[in-house]
Design a protein around this ligand. Structure first.
Ligand SMILES: Nc1nc2c(c(=O)[nH]1)N[C@@H](CN(C=O)c1ccc(C(=O)N[C@@H](CCC(=O)O)C(=O)O)cc1)CN2
Ligand SMILES: [Mg+2]
Length: 286
């Protein structure tokens, strides 16, 4: 392998430690420890793991764990009432509705009830609009984590060719906007893109968030490119991403592994957003 392996586990640990120091400083300045309300509906095993880790790491950073759980058959009105209750609770700095929701629930209508100031997932239309306009706001955690990794590894962005594979509201769209805000030349690919490998080979920075295991191979990587794999798939022989890691690592200059790349950054940036939200709500800056 020739590529440098980007260590998301280590960077995430440093971000969480910094958040922990920020929480301590907020409390020392007379503020209240941030409260994170994770909301889990049902028993999806992967979601249970993610929410458990979010709760554990928020407590480790000195935050209040204000977790709420509803059964898989909770109806739209019940979940809406819970979101409204958390929105009105001054102890709650941030609300995170774990996705995906059971199929009978409408996630957009529920996310719309989260006040923008408590939207630590950065998924409300208000925060998406602020990002689209290049104004300050709470950013979606996974793309924010990718940006933090690129900065930590000093990957040049201004003027660089960036290709994002995937156009989801959670990752692809905000990812493209964050790269654009840093003056990258951004191309967004999706399921109708003609000759995906050819477009990907233009990229100095290739971010793959398609949700298709092994979609991107070495034929899609420009020599020396930075490859960021946002995919995460559970197979019989463990976790894998959207990128064929071994093949791509022979061509790339730097690459994220799965696990241990982008995933841990998602939770670290959630904690960073929760601290930011608490500071703004309490009027106590850093
Ligand atoms: N409301 C949200 N829902 C979902 C989000 C999100 O950002 N907000 N993202 C994903 C899942 N996710 C967080 O919720 C998440 C995914 C992966 C990881 C992670 O740490 N992955 C590890 C492996 C962990 C494991 O063993 O499973 C890694 O990649 O190293 C954290 C959070 C969808 N839903
Ligand atoms: Mg190949």
């Amino acid at each position: 392998m020739t590529a440098r392996v980007i260590d998301g586990t280590a960077v995430a640990r440093r971000v969480r430690e910094e958040v922990g120091r920020g929480v301590a400083a907020l409390v020392a300045a007379g503020g209240v420890a941030p409260g994170l309300a994770t909301v889990l509906i049902g028993e999806d095993p992967a979601s249970e793991v993610y929410v458990r880790n979010k709760r554990r790491l928020s407590v480790e950073a000195g935050m209040q764990d204000l977790h709420r759980h509803l059964p898989a058959d909770a109806d739209q009105a019940t979940v809406a009432a819970l979101v409204d209750e958390l929105a009105a609770d001054p102890a709650v700095s941030g609300i995170l509705l774990q996705l995906p929701l059971p199929r009978h629930l409408d996630p957009d209508a529920l996310i719309a009830r989260i006040p923008a100031a408590k939207d630590v997932d950065g998924l409300t239309t208000a925060n998406a609009g602020l990002l689209a306009q290049g104004r300050p706001g709470l950013r979606p955690c996974t793309p924010a984590g990718v940006m933090a990794l690129l900065d930590e590894y000093e990957v040049p962005l201004s003027g660089a060719e960036a290709v994002v594979v995937g156009r989801s509201v959670l990752v692809g769209k905000p990812m493209a906007q964050l790269l654009l805000a840093r003056n990258a030349t951004v191309t967004v690919c999706h399921s109708r893109t003609r000759d995906l490998p050819e477009v990907c080979r233009r990229a100095d920075v290739l971010v793959v968030a398609a949700g298709i295991p092994g979609l991107v191979g070495d034929d899609a990587v420009k020599p020396g490119a930075t490859v960021i794999d946002v995919g995460i798939h559970r197979g019989e022989d463990g976790l894998r991403g959207d990128v064929e890691f071994d093949a791509a690592a022979e061509v790339a200059g730097a690459i994220t592994p799965v696990p241990g790349g982008v995933g841990p950054m998602t939770i670290a940036m959630l904690l960073a957003n929760t601290l930011t939200a608490a500071r703004v709500q309490q009027g106590i800056g850093d």
